[in-house]
Design a protein around this ligand. Sequence first.
Ligand code: ZN
Ligand code: ZN
Length: 126
Amino acid sequence: MTHQRRAVLEALASVDTHPTAAEVYEMVRQALPDVSQGTVYRNLRKLIELGYAQELDYGSGASHFDACVEPHYHVRCTDCGRVADLPIHSEPTPCIDEARRAADGWTISEHRVEFMGLCPGCRKSE
Ligand SMILES: [Zn+2]
Ligand SMILES: [Zn+2]
């Protein structure tokens, strides 16, 4: 792994805040002041390809990145966009297994369960 790619992975793995690519770039710049945004973005893509990181794609907004590639659930704030892990690492529930079987004729490669609402910080300022 190149020096730069390792720096990107280390930055991402050092937080559990699920940063956007722009935020990862800011973090990597602390360690490598001369690194370009393109290099960070390219290495981020490569880390996902290699299975070291995952992308949380929310369609409209910026993707968030996560160095934890174990299956786990996320909760996302609809106000500030913050993404947090839910401290549950359980097997798929019977309900999800049932839904998977109901997808007749499909080959299912993954599933996503996403919780959305207001984070504690945004609830306070309501
Ligand atoms: Zn919030
Ligand atoms: Zn996560």
